[in-house]
Design a protein around this ligand. Structure first.
Ligand code: THU
Length: 235
């Protein structure tokens, strides 16, 4: 992998400026992250936020942030949060990047339940897990919710799964499933509805509720009258 090919995976239809980075974790693995813009700009996930959060979802602490060109947004926050170093690196082709792909499970529920223990939830103690499946249904990506000192910079399980998929070059999806452990009926938060709507609006979200019930919904139905504008994406 090189920077040019990783940049092709960034979802930046609004700025037209792909931003990517790679984070080295404390066990020496390298986690790629790509910028994921949203039609509602404030919901954009920065490349560093994506890579650091994915690193944390693998139970590793970010130690080194590698970037190219100019410093990516949120660099200072994530550097300080984990006492990381940050380096401008012109070539990443010698680094073996983490493979985020998971095999498609025969029963999603079992995998989702196992995943719950990997959530990084110092603030909420409310674990959530997710699995996003590609359109061909031959590969999937798991996610758990990640919380950091700034509550607003944490990411939901759904968005971690999506961030891993996009950083892996997968952007066409069959569905996403979500499992919660506490509460009763749970469904994706407003921010996740907006972000999922951008990537798989006509697909279903499968919900495994904490009370052991199940429901499934079209994402488009979870976000009626959603924000959109023909004027965006033409900057
Ligand atoms: N959370 C998710 O992971 N997904 C959702 O759809 C709802 C909320 C997480 C975010 C945060 O870590 C915790 O639940 C409490 O908001």
């Amino acid at each position: 992998m090189n920077w040019i090919n990783l940049k092709k995976r960034a979802h930046t239809p609004y700025s037209k400026k792909p931003v990517v980075c790679v984070v080295e974790g404390d066990r020496g693995d390298f986690f790629p992250g790509v910028r994921i813009e949203n039609v509602s700009f404030p919901l954009t996930i920065s490349a560093v936020q994506a890579a650091c959060s994915i690193c944390l979802s693998y139970q590793q602490i970010p130690k080194r942030i590698l970037y190219v060109d100019e410093a990516p947004s949120q660099l200072e926050y994530w550097k300080n949060e984990f006492d990381c170093t940050a380096e401008l690196v012109s070539d990443i082709s010698s680094f073996k990047l983490m493979d985020y792909r998971s095999p498609v499970p025969s029963t999603k529920k079992e995998v989702l339940v196992q995943l719950l223990s990997e959530a990084v939830i110092p603030n909420s103690d409310f674990p959530v897990s997710a699995i996003i499946l590609n359109k061909q249904e031959d590969v999937c990506f798991t996610g758990v919710n990640i919380e950091v000192s700034d509550w607003a910079k944490g990411l939901c399980a759904e968005r971690i799964a999506l961030a891993k998929a996009l950083a892996s070059g997968i952007n066409d999806f069959a569905n996403i499933s979500v499992h919660t452990l506490k509460g009763e009926f749970s469904s994706p938060c407003g921010a996740c509805r907006q972000v999922l709507h951008e990537h798989l609006p006509l697909s279903k979200v499968e919900l495994f509720h904490a009370d052991a019930t199940y429901s499934e919904h079209f994402i488009i139905d979870l976000l009626p009258f959603s924000f959109t504008s023909k004027n965006l994406g033409k900057l």
